[in-house]
Design a binder for this molecule. Structure first.
Ligand SMILES: [Zn+2]
Length: 277
């Protein structure tokens, strides 16, 4: 992609270099209610190419869709206009909100997802092989074990950032979440190869990074049936006690990267998405 600065949105469609209009003839979801979309959900395709994923999501017989698919060179397929809902979130919940298709724009990034090591190569679930320089070994925020993840390209992350910036300006987007955060246990995309925390902090919070956290000192209730409480802000940290039960009240002391340090009978870190914030 040569020129990258001419991206714009008009009539709920992206315009500019590298945009490939690939619209569904009949949208699968209805129009957004007024005041929505106010969120962006980041996904990976777990597929072999942006074009094949876009073609799949565009198929009227497939019960899934997304607004955009971003390829590894930064090219962008638009499948659903931004004023219509797409079917990307599925059963989903974050804080007190349920069913994120009604609230959010879905962005799919062309990426093979979790890979399995085979000799000196890494293999996707669909049998494509990848070399070591395309792979990150890392621990997922919702899991314990190290796994191999297909890397995103810098062009792809930059294209995603430009689009989300435009969506913030045009739709007042207030929340950027990963599919793994609104459907933990069921979904693991975009996974640790996508710099989700830095990405949303840069786009949503950079100009008020020094502010006190607005949640600090306030009390919230646990919405998950069981909520792990840990030594640090991430799934890799040790649990400090038995999980908190649904309805337990906690006081927020600190907030970081989608996690909150809370005080109840004990003190520790919990995933922010499972509090009724
Ligand atoms: Zn997803």
């Amino acid at each position: 992609m040569s020129s990258k600065s001419n991206l714009s949105i008009s009539d709920h469609l992206l315009k500019g270099d590298g945009i490939i209009p690939y619209l569904l003839e009949h949208t699968k979801g209805g129009e957004f209610q007024s005041s929505y979309p106010d969120s962006v959900i980041i996904h990976y395709t777990a597929g072999g190419s942006a074009e094949s994923s876009a073609r799949h999501l565009r198929n009227k017989d497939v019960k899934a869709s997304a607004h955009l698919v971003i390829g590894r060179a930064g090219e962008i397929y638009q499948i659903v206009p931004f004023n219509y809902q797409a079917w990307h979130a599925g059963k989903s919940k974050y804080g007190s909100r349920v069913g994120y298709n009604k609230f959010s724009i879905g962005i799919e990034l062309d990426n093979a997802g979790v890979l399995t090591k085979a000799g000196t190569e890494y293999v996707s679930w669909f049998g494509k092989k990848y070399q070591q320089n395309d792979v990150l070994q890392a621990r997922h925020r919702n899991e314990q074990d190290l796994k191999y993840w297909h890397l995103y390209t810098p062009e792809q992350i930059a294209a995603c950032e430009r689009v989300v910036k435009l969506l913030i300006e045009n739709y007042g987007i207030k929340e950027i979440l990963g599919h793994e955060e609104i459907a933990p246990g069921r979904k693991q995309d975009p996974g640790p190869a996508f710099p989700l925390d830095r990405f949303r902090n840069r786009l949503l919070f950079e100009d008020r990074a020094d502010d006190e956290t607005p949640l600090k000192g306030k009390n919230y209730k646990v919405t998950a049936s069981q909520l792990n409480i840990r030594e640090g802000a991430g799934g890799q940290f040790k649990k400090v006690a038995q999980p908190l039960k649904k309805g337990s009240e906690v006081t927020i002391l600190e907030e970081k990267d989608g996690w909150c340090k809370v005080k109840t009978t004990i003190t520790g870190w919990v995933s922010k998405g499972h509090l009724d914030i």
